[in-house]
Design a protein around this ligand. Sequence first.
Ligand SMILES: CC(C)(COP(=O)(O)OP(=O)(O)OC[C@H]1O[C@@H](n2cnc3c(N)ncnc32)[C@H](O)[C@@H]1OP(=O)(O)O)[C@@H](O)C(=O)NCCC(=O)NCCS
Length: 170
Amino acid sequence: MKLSGFDVRSLAPSDHAIIADLFASDPNHSALVQSGVLAPDKAHAIFTDLPLGKALHDKFVWGVFDDGAVVAVIDLIRDYPTPDTWVLGLLFVTPQLRNEGLGARMIDAVCRHAAEEGGAKLRLAVTHKNTDAQRFYVRAGFSNAGTRDRREADGRVTKLHVMDKALTRA
Ligand SMILES: CC(C)(COP(=O)(O)OP(=O)(O)OC[C@H]1O[C@@H](n2cnc3c(N)ncnc32)[C@H](O)[C@@H]1OP(=O)(O)O)[C@@H](O)C(=O)NCCC(=O)NCCS
């Protein structure tokens, strides 16, 4: 995946400390919205979390670096739940760089990449409390595609808004 002005690197489980540092830059977000999913000590899970039936070779984690420092991360899964649908598991921009258009550019880059690889649709699920992200995704061209519940490790249930965007090849 390419993003002009930034270095985009594919990350491996051994890079979990890079993700932990990024999550640690936003303690409010992990506690309030994601029920601890983005807690620094859960950083390794980004490399292994997969829907049932998917294998690790369909999972991609990219770090976005600026002058050698990680500023954002993308987690993408290929061909789920159907062969032409790609799932955006996480898009995270460090708080210091938010509201400058980086998130929107990352969405464009993800859409381009998935379309080039044969994807027809990009899907994501955002927690119902994360209204900022919902507004961001609507602006980026996503539409509501229903809701579903996610049971967290502590037994609580989080309501998720599923959102889709059709992909077109350039
Ligand atoms: C959601 C998220 C990825 C958006 O990233 P971002 O880099 O801030 O996104 P953008 O800058 O493109 O857009 C965000 C806002 O800034 C505004 N904006 C975009 N470019 C701008 C610019 N050049 N100057 C000022 N504002 C700008 C957008 O209009 C948008 O406004 P809104 O809040 O009214 O929707 C980021 O907030 C984030 O990482 N949040 C925590 C993790 C998360 O919730 N991820 C989504 C669920 S997986």
